[in-house]
Design a protein around this ligand. Structure first.
Ligand SMILES: [Zn+2]
Length: 624
């Protein structure tokens, strides 16, 4: 199975997958570098300087295939060849960063969009020009590869070479891999899914807030959290009834994607689609099974949270459409300067070196903070320009979620700063498996700081509610998705046909179990069984479990660091500095979090119960 070392960086992939909230038309100040605006001149002084770098990179990529004949002649030649490829990749990443950032700041600017298109094609050219590398390495044989990996001249490439050696029994001939790669764009179904979801669905018109509105995905995300219960119910019924009209087509698409994963795994001699997907990222299958076992064993904690939610909303019977409204009204608004101060204060337990990085990053013009006409929605961090510094794009709305997003993205940013400072380019780029740990640890430190410093009971209750909802949404919901994804693939592997109806039945069984439907904990309308059709991540081949493992690791690090454990703090910072020098699983295990064992998940469950103890105390006092 091909290893995507020279593909998209993990940081960029993580960025692409963050949820996209609604933009609002708040005007941003014009002058740069005013606070909240980034300047791209650290990357290139001007578009013409970028153009020159683009041309040089293009020439360097064209010349790479000349390495093919001699690459594996001896260890020193291999080291030189891989170093040259890495150097070209580093230049390409900087060229791409500028093009992507400039394009995202105004999606209407034709010249910036054109530069982005050229960079995307150049990245594809790089993939083709280096397509000979892994077949050549596999051709050496796993034993020789491992022997060479131990040589000092190849020290920077040691982890990569060992990983290629481990994958060698699963790598087919060059012709077969090329044929499979050529077919992959039509095998994934993800583009068709996007078109159906974003362009073709006929969204219903619903009267909301006294106005007739088109209930598309963005409107659904906004109105499902409305404080008025009848509105939420109306929104759920209209939105999911619409999805149900497309059950057969969504089912066919997902069935084909799942069968694609299953066939690909079989062709590459894996026992299962799960084993194939996790091996590509060097993560043991035991992690996945442990996560599901741990969550299934602690559903009573989720049910306790649902009871608390019903109490706070003042409803006798909780419905699925009651999940999203905030439990307590927001106490205040924030500006960007508040966010910066709060992030500095909250991350102080990480030590003075971390604080220096945070202060440097948030004082410099490296963040595009505010919504603006034409700007890309959502939030991301881009740390791909190795010799420069990270950039963060977000759409600050003034609510607590914006402050939390700022802490999240700069968690990614400081991760990149630490990894880029400590690692050579070859091992700086960290995997998704550790990326979301850096961001969720910051989120956990921030929310703890907010709970500790709340002035009133009501304010404290608000932040506890935010912490609990993030544990439900990122731990339980993503684990539920992971369990569903595994059940789908296992059904396909057992030869069962997966129609839309069959997929809905499978989804509903797991959903009902998580939300305690049999015990009357939550009432869930049967139309909700289609919810799977809304989730693009099911096309990413065993991706979502990493959100759940990451928040478990993040909660562990945050709680130990807040308890003053400096050994854990230093181990955590070392894990961030390790970048991509080992498997994400091993990096976290070395830092004390073994995600193939129950301990980190138990710790998260304990934290969730402590938060609920606090919330119930506050409520009893309020009522008493
Ligand atoms: Zn993230």
């Amino acid at each position: 199975m091909p290893i995507t070392k020279y593909g998209l960086t993990a940081a960029l992939v993580a960025a692409a997958l963050t949820t996209l909230p609604m933009t609002s038309a708040v005007a941003a100040p014009e002058a740069a570098p005013a606070p909240g605006h980034w300047v791209l001149t650290d990357l290139y002084a001007s578009p013409s300087a970028w153009q020159a770098a683009f041309g040089q990179t293009q020439d360097a990529i064209k010349a790479l295939p000349e390495l093919a004949d001699t690459l594996t002649d001896d260890p020193a030649t291999l080291a030189d060849g891989l170093a040259r490829i890495d150097d070209v990749h580093k230049r390409l990443a900087r060229v791409a960063t500028y093009a992507h950032l400039a394009a995202d700041i105004d999606l209407r600017a034709a010249d910036a969009q054109e530069r982005r298109g050229r960079v995307d094609r150049l990245q594809a050219d790089f993939g083709q020009a280096t397509g000979f590398v892994e077949p050549a390495l596999v051709g050496l044989g796993a034993d020789t590869l491992k022997e060479w990996a131990a040589k000092p001249v190849l020290a920077e490439q040691a982890y990569y070479l060992r990983h290629v050696a481990d994958q060698a029994p699963h790598t087919l001939t060059r012709e077969t891999e090329s044929a499979l790669a050529a077919l992959s764009p039509i095998a994934g179904q993800s583009d068709t899914f996007d078109l159906l979801s974003n362009a073709d669905i006929a969204w219903p018109s619903v009267t909301l807030g006294g106005e007739s509105r088109t209930l598309d995905q963005a409107a659904y995300t906004q109105w499902r959290a409305d404080p008025d219960r009848a509105t939420r119910q109306k929104v759920f019924e209209a939105f999911w009834s619409t999805y149900n009209q497309y059950e057969d087509t969504f089912g066919s698409l997902l069935n084909q994607a799942v069968y694609g994963h299953v066939i690909d795994a079989r062709l590459h001699h894996y026992d299962s689609a799960l084993a194939a997907a996790l091996a590509a990222n060097d993560i043991p299958v035991a992690v996945y099974h442990q996560l599901i076992d741990s969550v299934d064993g602690h559903l009573d904690t989720l049910h306790r949270y649902l009871k608390l939610q019903a109490r706070l909303l003042g409803v006798d019977q909780l419905h699925y459409y009651d999940i999203y409204p905030p439990l307590v009204a927001a106490p205040r608004e924030f500006n960007l300067s508040d966010a910066k101060t709060l992030l500095e204060q909250a991350t102080r337990p990480l030590g003075t070196a971390y604080t220096r990085h945070i202060t440097a990053a948030t004082s410099a013009p490296w963040t595009s903070a505010y919504p603006a006409p034409g700007k890309r929605p959502g939030a991301y961090m881009n740390g791909s320009a190795y010799d420069v510094h990270p950039y963060v794009l977000m759409n600050f709305q003034g609510d607590y979620e914006s402050v939390s997003t700022y802490a999240h993205e700069w968690g990614h940013g400081v991760h990149s700063m630490l990894a880029n400072a400590a690692q050579p380019y070859a091992t700086a780029d960290y995997p998704i498996f550790t990326a979301e740990v850096a961001s969720t640890t910051n989120e956990a430190l921030l929310i703890d700081h907010m709970i500790d410093n709340a002035d009133t009971r009501q304010e404290k209750l608000f932040y506890i509610g935010q912490a609990l909802e993030s544990l439900r949404g990122t731990f339980f919901r993503q684990a539920q998705f992971a369990e569903f994804e595994l059940a789908l693939h296992e059904a396909a592997e057992a030869g069962k046909s997966l129609s839309g109806k069959r997929i809905s039945a499978l989804y509903k069984e797991i959903l009902d179990r998580y939300y305690g439907v049999a015990d009357g904990m939550t009432a869930i309308d049967k139309r909700m069984a289609i919810e799977w059709a809304y989730v693009p991540h099911f096309y990413y081949n065993f991706y979502v479990y990493q959100y759940a493992t990451s928040i478990a690791a993040g909660e562990y690090f945050a709680s130990r660091i807040l308890a003053g454990d400096t050994d854990v703090r230093d181990a955590y910072l070392a894990a961030l500095s390790a970048g991509g020098s080992a498997s994400g699983y091993d990096i976290l295990k070395n830092a004390g979090v073994d995600l193939a064992t129950a301990a980190p998940y138990n710790q998260l469950i304990q934290r969730m119960n402590e938060l609920m103890d606090q919330a119930e105390d506050l409520l009893d006092k309020r009522q008493g």
